[in-house]
Design a protein around this ligand. Sequence first.
Ligand code: HEC
Ligand SMILES: [Cu+2]
Length: 351
Amino acid sequence: MLHNLTKLRPVLLLLLVPVLLTTACFPSHPQSTFEAAGPVAEAQLKLFYIIFWAAVFVFVVVNGAFIYAFIKYRRRANEAHLPKQTHGHTVLEITWTIAPMIILAIITVPTITTIFYTAEPPPGKTLELKVIAHQWWWEFEYPDLGITTANELHVPVGMAIDVSLESKDVIHSFWIPKLAGKMDLVPGHINTMWFQADRAGEFYGLCAEFCGTAHAQMRFMVHAEKQSDFDAWVESIKATPGEMTGLAAKGKDLFVNKGFDGTLRGEKVTAQRCAFCHTVEGLPIRGAVGPVLTHVGGRETIGAGIIDNSAGNLKAWLTNPDKMKPGVGMPTLSIADDELDALVAYLEGLQ
Ligand code: HEC
Ligand SMILES: [Cu+2]
């Protein structure tokens, strides 16, 4: 008995695999698409179910026929002759030609209508959003509102967001599992899509196309909020940061004026100024290599959605961004400890 069980072990382990795999589809998981929170994700989920059940139907019918034939026509003991052979059967042949046509139609019609539905936002008021992908972070521009942010998206609940997608470097893919399926961001080409959040909440977003070393750390958070909260957020983003005092003022001076030496992906770099790469509204220079930092102090995460935004993490990031996000496009600079504290105070003051 025990011996038999040992023999069965590989089989039992193999059975465990599908069981574990199904646990990956738990609806409340941030990356699950089974808990759609907007019309686009719902349409895509509906289409998934149609195709899924069509596939289940085909699986059951084909394998059912197989199993039936295996059992009914198996070779029995002492059976010398073959079962009755059929050559040509008009009814059967017509059936297995028409049945797949019906199944394909059942799949094709909703697929095409869903493609058209998700391609263009419905008529009515929409909010325009430009998404620009960078290795490995997100730039979000709202052309109607005249604001730009990074790695954190705010949208009003119940409003269709009319998205145009482009990339500064390689192909990325924009994906908010609970709101809308993936769409590529291609350098030199603009793709479009739309999505809408039907309830307030935070939705997880990520890059879904392998785009280099830190691809897995290219994330963002979508905050869907009621119109008045969204309007208040827009006002806060439009505001230019106020005067800095004390340590933060020293940090601001370092941010604009000091050139730091360091390394970028193993190469030596010199005289790197933060403001050459980052924009902070109100400063005399505007950098466009890294994310806009005008209101970075008010963001929940840094490093494109991967690390909580806290003084400790900001300091760790400035000390060695490459350690927190291997391959990152921000150089590891030699910054003295008191300078780090001043820079962190400045960044935290950018609310
Ligand atoms: C050579 C350009 C460059 C320089 C110089 C530079 N950065 Fe960056 N920085 C980047 C890039 C690129 C990112 C985005 C990294 C990512 O998430 O992939 C970044 C990210 C950041 C972030 C996180 C922002 C977010 O929303 O995730 C902060 C904070 C930051 N930099 C602060 C600074 C400060 C302070 C300095 C000066 C000491 C500095 N940077 C110098 C390119 C630069
Ligand atoms: Cu990417």
